[in-house]
Design a protein around this ligand. Structure first.
Ligand code: DI6
Ligand code: FE
Length: 408
């Protein structure tokens, strides 16, 4: 592919080796070759030979450019919705009560098992579109609403198909340990054995698993069960991550850190021992302000302690029908700042550089840097902080993926 040049932009590279909170390069240029960044810097410094080899030029006209946004935690493939449960909660029932009464995740499991691959694909594509319209170029998608071999694999196949048919990089997580299916009532340990011995190996053999996740919680799985699943994952060479400390302190983050997890997610109930373990394990803390908002949580994740320990913080939608029916990553930037007191620069790092690390894509995504994928979002804004400032306004001008303007 011939070289193409993007000139005259203000680049929020998010590259920590470039000075300033956003790694900003004013009057910047990006040269793209074979879908990768072949040169990046100030337009005035562009090497002459490179300019001569250029086949096409694009004028950024002073617009801001960020790395393509990355939503590193979603359950976007699922059947149906839970609007009725939302109404129940408004008349007083809690999320945990509904789950214990057999609703909650289990009702989405029923709907997902009943949906064929094309139906799941069409519904997920409709939820993905608003994310792509906000400059998202990579997304994580979990299984976890099948809880049987056939449906877990179907969900993951749909996730892979979204990555093939839409302009987005998809990374999958196997979340068989999301809830206990009715067939295994009272037999959670046997279910973990079934996942480890049958479902995970089958999904991995079909190339459907990039990481393994679990829900460690009173209404999910115990720490010991989570550990056994992590051992099975690690034995297959798969990285792990964990829904930890969302509703109570189960010490999930301590376990995650011990397994050098890619991430621990939610973390409202995280204590000092969990913070230290994440730091020691090199894990990213993924904060999910949509679930915090939608469940009307009041306990804040320990952002100051995470910062102090040097734990990178990512932000994601957690797009799911029960606790975060959210399809706007820009809204999550706003909520991360207003609720969790992140700075706009921290929030933007949370949907670029640190989100890439969660997906094990740090070498190729997440910053505008030499050699990385030419995935970027072009914005009609005056300063990068605006991305976290407005509510319900989308200033995206265009998205470029692997060097090509996209349309979804
Ligand atoms: N925590 C969550 O917030 C989602 N999953 C999880 O483990 C909620 C999933 C749902 O309610 O359907
Ligand atoms: Fe989740």
């Amino acid at each position: 592919m011939a070289m193409e040049l993007w000139l005259g932009g203000r680049l929020a590279t998010m590259d920590p080796t470039v000075a300033g909170p956003y790694g900003a390069i004013e009057d910047g240029a990006i040269a793209v070759e074979d879908g990768r960044i072949a040169w990046i810097g100030r337009t005035a410094d562009l090497p002459g030979d490179l300019a001569r080899r250029t086949a096409a030029r694009h004028d950024l006209a002073g617009r801001w450019v960020t790395p393509g946004l990355i939503d590193c935690h979603t359950h976007i493939v699922h059947g149906g919705d839970r609007a009725a449960e939302f109404e129940l909660r408004l008349s007083g029932a809690t999320y945990e009560e509904i789950a214990r009464a057999g609703g909650g995740i289990r009702s989405t499991v029923t709907a997902t098992r009943a949906a064929d691959e094309d139906t799941l694909f069409a519904q997920a594509r409709a939820r993905l579109r608003p994310l792509l319209a906000e400059g998202v170029t990579a997304v994580e998608i979990k299984s976890g609403y099948g809880l049987d071999r056939e449906t877990e694999l179907r969900m993951l196949r749909v996730a892979r198909r979204l990555g093939r048919e839409l302009p987005v990089t998809v990374r999958t997580s196997f979340l068989g340990a999301h809830a206990l299916p009715p067939e295994f009532d009272g037999r959670a340990d046997a279910y973990i054995d079934f996942l480890s011995a049958e479902v995970l190996p089958a999904a991995a053999a079909d190339g459907l698993v990039d990481a393994v996740d679990a829900f460690c919680e009173r209404i999910g799985f115990t720490l010991a069960q989570t550990r056994r699943l992590f051992e099975a994952a690690t034995a297959r060479g798969l990285r792990v991550r964990l829904h930890a400390e969302q509703l109570s302190d189960m010490k999930g983050a301590v376990l995650a850190g011990q397994f050098k997890a890619l991430s621990a997610d939610h973390l409202e109930w995280l204590e000092a021992d969990g913070v230290a373990a994440l730091a020691a394990g090199g894990s990213v803390a993924v904060l999910l302000p949509g679930a915090f908002y939608f469940l009307r949580e009041t306990r804040l994740p320990p952002v100051a302690a995470l910062r102090q320990a040097g734990v990178p913080i990512a932000i994601a939608t957690d797009c799911n029908p029960g606790s975060s029916p959210v399809t706007s990553l820009l809204l999550m930037l706003s909520m991360a700042c207003t609720y969790f007191r992140l700075t706009p620069a921290e929030a933007l790092a949370g949907v670029t550089r640190h989100a890439a690390a969660v997906l094990d894509l740090a070498a190729s995504h997440g910053t505008l840097s030499l050699g990385k994928a030419a995935d970027f979002a072009i914005w009609e804004i005056e300063r990068p902080g605006e991305l976290a400032y407005r509510v319900g306004f989308n200033p995206l001008y265009a998205t470029v993926r692997a060097g090509r303007p996209t349309s979804a």
